[in-house]
Write a protein that binds this ligand. Sequence first.
Ligand code: ADP
Length: 716
Amino acid sequence: MSQTDTLEHFRLEVSDGVATVVIDRADDDLNTLDPSLMEDFLAVLDRLENDASISAVVITSAKPDFLAGANIKWFSELTPETGTEAIRAAHAAFDRLERLHTHRGKPVVAAIHGACLGGGNELALACSYRIATDDPKTRLGQPEVQLGVIPAGGGTQRLPRLIGIAPALDLILTGKTVDARRAHRLGLVDEVVPPKLLAEVARRRAKELVGRGRPAKKPRLRDRLDPAGLQKLALETNPVGQHLLFQQARKKLLEETKGNFPAPEKALEAMRVGFHKGLRAGYDAEARFFGELVASPESKALRSIFFATRHKPDTTGARKVGKVGILGGGLMGSGIATVSALRAQSLVRVKEVDPAAAARAKAYVAKVLAERVRRKRMRPFDAEQVQLRITTTTDWSGFADVDLVIEAVFEDLELKRQVLREVESVVPPETVFASNTSSIPIAQIAAASSRPENVVGMHYFSPVEKMPLLEVVVTDQTSKEAEATAVAYGLAQGKTVIVVNDGPGFYTTRILGPYSAEAFHLLSEGASVEDIDQAIEAWGFPVGPLRLADEVGIDVGAKISVVLVDAFGDRVAPPRAMENLVAADRKGRKNRKGFYAYDESGKRGGVDATVYADLGIEPTGHISRTEIQERITLAMINEAARCLEEGVLRSAEDGDIGAVMGLGFPPFRGGPFFWIDQQGARRVVERLRALEERLGPRFTPAEILVEAAESGRSFR
Ligand code: ADP
């Protein structure tokens, strides 16, 4: 009996000279890499190297994924030293895998079905040949930077050498993943087959490769033919060109990350070192950088968000939703219709006020689908199928059999109540009614209902087909089934879902209130629009608060502000001068008049300096970047703490998911609560007290923070 017969995570079968290595992690339903799997892998390598009856190898998986990457739980045990050591061990193992063919003449074929990511993709890169299935679940890539680390199992070296520097940079620096067809076009996989042929074709290729070298990397035909391709080849293949490529990539990267994401910078550096000083130096850089990064606060924060979003809310008792009714086909309604038909694959009935509005809704969906087809994310036939699932109406026809209604009419309480009453007269009694309001308390809408147990909030973010979060809002009266139905449907639409308790602004809109209000306070004290937005973008938000106000609509923001001030008083009130903006008809992007200037086509230009005259202020620029950052972010974070204290939030974890996925809170800070824990509640309270003293009670720290500072407890 050989050693490999007793392995925990692998099976190895040899027949007719071909060894099939099956990855099958014993303790998980996913294949992930960690020291325990690596240990077994070394035993597999021993056998493959030494067993003379083996002349070729196929590596495949018994799980729905091939190898999904490193086991991220293991990351939290690592220090810079042990992290670096683990990477060196992985390098040695993958080198042995590669040498099976180059030194021992035993070709290795990776037979890939399902996720082949991170360390999984790096293992595949060390093989001689890669075959992937055309199944939509098959995804390849190096998503490490999304968790604050870099591809360190040789990925920064082997990937650019296989597919070219520019395409490798694109994958590695963004962490995006590709399907098999895209991977084939990139040269990342050699062949694409239907799942049922995978095993057979892999065996055949393994045998065919015996006695031949590793298939040579050929420049893609397109690159050899068109002038742009030729230029690219020239850049890629000479040292000066390479230097230029890395330099350009670095500049572009820093513009995007503002230095806040160390991981992509390090990945880029490891690639550069590899081309400049050779493979060995490249691997060495990978190992050192990985060690540094895996123990960094940024990576810990990103991992905490990753874990939090994997933890899904309860859907027990959810009713099946085969058909959904949507009221209002504006921006939100059309977006909701899109994800309902596309992701949840349900029938969708959209009701609008007139045929023209209904046509606009359909056109919106068609545009999103056409874009997906254009980007080859979808086949034209499938796009047509999605479009066919959506029908529109201007009366209540087709509503008698809907399981869920989501209303997205104008943000007006009376209108929402009225449509709710109308809905209840046409739908079955068990149909769930969800409002996509962003600020009106659900209980106020449900007050018009004859069955308030079926009423919930489903708060989407714009644009719905892109933004990942759904905030489900429940009242005291909402039934468990209605809640579960909304949650399950949101998950089916591909959303990350948090459930919060009802209240003005729920969670996300509410914490945005003091955040925006503080930006306006700073503005009225003389900070410039640029200073404010740039400070907050430098802190890590994708857009600053004033640009956000322009996007959301200054008028919409003002309406929401009224709701919040009604409920929470002066604490969340913007300064008076802000009313002038609405009076001056500044609505933001939609009427091309806001904090920023817009041209005819709606393209945003610089700050519209006339805004200062409307506000009756002159920017003095005397407020420091740190003060701007501290005041605006602490206003939001303190409000988040209040939401937890009052039970609007069910957990700190939900608060972090909501802020990161819904509002763009910097993911590398992990969300408001993760950030408080990292800073220490005591320090946060001290800063708030200092601001309170200077600026008044709007900065009084939330009770729950004071308590955490005293007890030393953490939130996450
Ligand atoms: P949002 O950006 O939130 O989607 P819009 O103003 O773009 O807001 O969309 C609201 C849509 O709701 C409009 O297209 C409007 O015609 C539609 N609408 C208003 N009242 C009703 C109603 N009673 N039934 C159906 N649709 C309605």
